[in-house]
Design a binder for this molecule. Structure first.
Ligand SMILES: Nc1ncnc2c1ncn2[C@@H]1O[C@H](COP(=O)(O)OP(=O)(O)O)[C@@H](O)[C@H]1O
Ligand SMILES: N[C@@H](CCC(=O)OP(=O)(O)O)C(=O)O
Length: 395
């Protein structure tokens, strides 16, 4: 595809440094040209993932290719919904096995449906599982749960799924690997005047029109769904990069934080988007009582809640539950937030210094009980300015 446009190369541009990425790999990159799965491109991308890990960074994979793999195995070109769902079910395991053969980490299959993502409890559970998978060093491989997804509730394309996953796991960037170098002003195969678009400040109607040309023979949605995905991530405060997953130079550049493709910077305020989401997350029924010093630190200094300030734990809750933060006495809520320790563990570290967590529990999820970015303040005094988002190094 890019060969017709070699005279219009994408310039190499610097990428903002990131810590956690969602990498989306399209079907077109995972096939061998004869209808089956091919590992050449996947191998190069797996090396890139290993390189990121060596640099101390985290990657979640959203991989397509189940339908293509099923088609290859059965030499079946069935196109109706039931046929595609059956092909996806057959192809899902070979697709996973392809990746497992290429990375050293254990791979973890995560199949999500639209329902899982709009139901807040399931959304939070998926989030907790994905975070745990990262913590233990697995490579989550997310795909749509094609078997159960009915037509009107189908996400339908993994570009949009990847955008939702990026926001679910608080990624800094969404990396979309496809079979073309990036967005061109028109379909690169059909429009001889099409030229590269290296950066998109805002995805306007005119930009969407550039992507009307449809998908390649194996993909779903083409550039259109990639731009839809980037619209979601940008609004959630996440950068997006489109690059060619069969171009060794583009892959090597990315591992050095340089992009040979299209960059769409975040324009939403990540903290504002996140706080909106937190405000609407339903409570677990659990609560944490804190001392006056901790209350002042939360409201006046924009601090995270540390275990030393916890004086009591009420109710049973899991890690990542939404809990109320209450003063030593009374029921006026000071804050609410997602907790880093389940209630039974929190009972044991209440009053401890953060440095003692590992010796008391035998593990340490985070030095905070509730990280600042996972918390919204509720009292009037709490309207004190929120400091810049700072990511703590919690696993
Ligand atoms: N303006 C455009 N710029 C680049 N590619 C485009 C454009 N419009 C349509 N496309 C098509 O989008 C394809 C990539 O999307 P798709 O086939 O869905 O791949 P994937 O399987 O990676 O999701 C390209 O191969 C190209 O055929
Ligand atoms: N869930 C489908 C992927 C659908 C899809 O979005 O494909 P693609 O456009 O290649 O990313 C599969 O695994 O085949």
């Amino acid at each position: 595809m890019t060969s017709t446009h070699s005279e219009h190369a994408f310039p190499v541009q610097p990428m903002p440094r990131w810590q956690r990425a969602v990498l989306k790999v399209g079907s077109s990159l995972l096939t061998d040209g004869k209808g089956g799965l091919g590992k050449r491109n996947a191998a190069a991308l797996a090396n890139m993932i290993a390189r990121f890990r060596d640099q101390g960074r985290e990657v979640l994979l959203v991989s397509s290719g189940a339908v293509a793999a099923g088609r290859g195995l059965l030499a079946n070109s069935g196109a109706n919904l039931a046929q595609r769902q059956a092909l996806a079910a057959i192809g899902q395991t070979p697709m996973l096995a392809l990746w497992q053969g290429l990375v050293e980490q254990p791979v973890a299959q995560v199949l999500l449906s639209h329902d899982d993502l709009r139901n807040r409890r399931r959304y939070l559970n998926a989030r907790a599982t994905l975070r745990e998978l990262l913590r233990i060093g697995a490579l989550p491989i997310v795909n749509e749960n094609d078997t159960v997804a009915v037509d009107e509730l189908k996400l339908g394309d993994n570009d949009n799924l990847a955008a939702v996953v990026a926001s679910l796991v608080d990624a800094d960037v969404l990396l979309i690997a496809t079979d073309t170098a990036g967005l061109y002003t028109g379909h690169p195969g059909h429009d001889p005047a099409a030229v590269p678009v290296p950066r998109i400040e805002e995805i306007t109607h005119d930009i969407m029109l550039m992507a009307q040309g449809g998908a390649g023979s194996l993909g779903t949605g083409g550039m259109y769904t990639k731009l839809e995905a980037a619209t979601k991530t940008a609004a959630a405060g996440i950068d997006t990069a489109l690059f060619c997953g069969h171009d060794a130079d583009a892959i090597a550049a990315l591992a050095d934080d340089r992009l040979h493709g299209t960059f769409i910077p975040a324009h939403g305020d990540r903290l504002v988007a996140r706080k909106m989401w937190l405000r609407h997350t339903p409570p677990s029924g659990g609560a944490i009582r804190i001392d006056a010093g901790a209350a002042a630190a939360l409201s006046e200094q924009g601090a995270s809640l540390l275990p030393g300030g916890v004086i009591a734990v009420e109710g049973d809750f899991n890690r990542d539950a939404m809990v109320d933060v209450l003063p030593a006495e009374g029921h006026r809520r000071l804050a609410r937030g997602l907790v880093q320790y389940q209630s039974s563990d929190l009972q044991r570290i209440a009053g401890c210094h953060s440095s003692e967590i590992a010796s008391v529990l035998g593990f340490n999820n985070c030095h905070s009980v509730i990280r600042r970015e996972d918390m919204v303040l509720l009292s009037a005094a709490a309207a004190a300015p929120t400091p810049e988002l700072f990511m703590e190094n919690c696993e």
